[in-house]
Write a protein that binds this ligand. Structure first.
Ligand code: C2E
Ligand code: CA
Ligand code: CA
Length: 263
């Protein structure tokens, strides 16, 4: 916890970016997920599975998220200035942040500082946030929606997956959990459950992003069954900003070649 505090103060945190591509047009971006990384001077890269729980317990997750928001907005503006087409960034929000009455204001302030709009972000929340009955959490979700932010439900299918909440809350997008995607080509029940998720989303007018697509078999199945977008190693691993920029220029349609941006 102490080291994490130091990390925030001494710029040891960095961001990685992973594309979400349209299944019908894999050279077109749906969005980009921003993932936090901790580069410790002695320990090297500490994985999020190690430091996010510590950050959540200690309350450091909120200041870390505000730092991430500012840095991600700065990066998005820099990419767009260089002629790169990045429709939006997906940001992971912690349940802790939703307990703060200031949350919506803080997110909007970051956008104002960088002259961005709510449509430039997608806010990823977990099912436990969706189920949180605290008035502050509910008010934050409603206010964010009212202000034009899109909310995406992360790891869908692993938590409570309460269908009544799905239809009562302003959810724009479902992220089909990696555990379903992994088993798609081998397990009939994973396929049946995925079809149900796709059908619920379609009926409720929601977009589905499949997480962890690693094989062409998974990709082809998801595309054939109407899944909007895919995020996974098949297309690109999460990358540091400079490496990701090269990926954008070389892999996607409609992106400025490097020489344009330099000249
Ligand atoms: P997540 O939000 O579900 O993020 C997706 C995770 O899946 C990322 O792990 C990503 O690297 C991994 N992934 C993407 N494609 C593939 C694939 O094809 N195969 C496999 N095996 N994995 C894939 P990562 O970056 O290690 O992050 C793990 C978790 O840590 C995230 O899961 C999220 O819950 C948390 N996390 C990461 N950054 C942040 C953050 O900024 N804020 C918060 N609150 N949580 C974060
Ligand atoms: Ca996520
Ligand atoms: Ca996820």
């Amino acid at each position: 916890e102490h080291a994490l505090q130091q990390a925030l103060a001494h710029q040891q945190m960095t961001l990685h970016y992973q594309p979400q591509v349209l299944s019908n047009s894999p050279h077109t971006l749906h969005g980009v997920e921003v993932l936090m990384r901790w580069n410790h001077p002695d320990w090297g890269m500490v994985p999020p599975s190690k430091f996010i729980p510590v950050a959540e317990e200690s309350g450091l997750i909120h200041p870390l998220t505000l730092w991430l928001l500012d840095e991600a907005c700065r990066q998005l503006v820099a990419w767009r200035k260089a002629g790169l087409v990045v429709p939006c960034l997906a940001i992971n929000l912690s349940g802790r942040s939703f307990h703060r009455p200031e949350l919506t204001r803080e997110i909007k302030d970051a956008l104002i500082r960088h002259r961005l709009r709510p449509a430039d972000l997608v806010l990823e929340i977990t099912e436990s946030i969706m189920m949180d009955a605290r008035p502050t959490t509910r008010t934050n979700i409603d206010t964010l929606h009212f202000d034009g932010f899109r909310v995406s439900l992360d790891d869908f299918g692993t938590g409570y997956s309460s269908l009544s909440y799905l239809h009562r809350l302003p959810i724009h997008e479902l992220k089909l959990d990696i555990s379903f995607v992994r088993d798609l080509t081998t397990s009939p029940s994973a396929r049946a459950l995925t079809l149900s998720v796709l059908s619920i989303a379609q009926t409720l007018g929601m977009v589905v992003v499949a997480e962890g697509g690693e094989t062409t078999g998974q990709y082809e199945w998801l595309q054939m069954h109407g899944c909007t977008s895919i995020q996974g190693y098949l297309f690109c691993k999460p990358l540091a900003a400079d490496v990701f920029e090269v990926w954008l220029r070389t892999q996607l349609l409609d992106q400025a070649p490097a020489s344009d941006a330099q000249g």
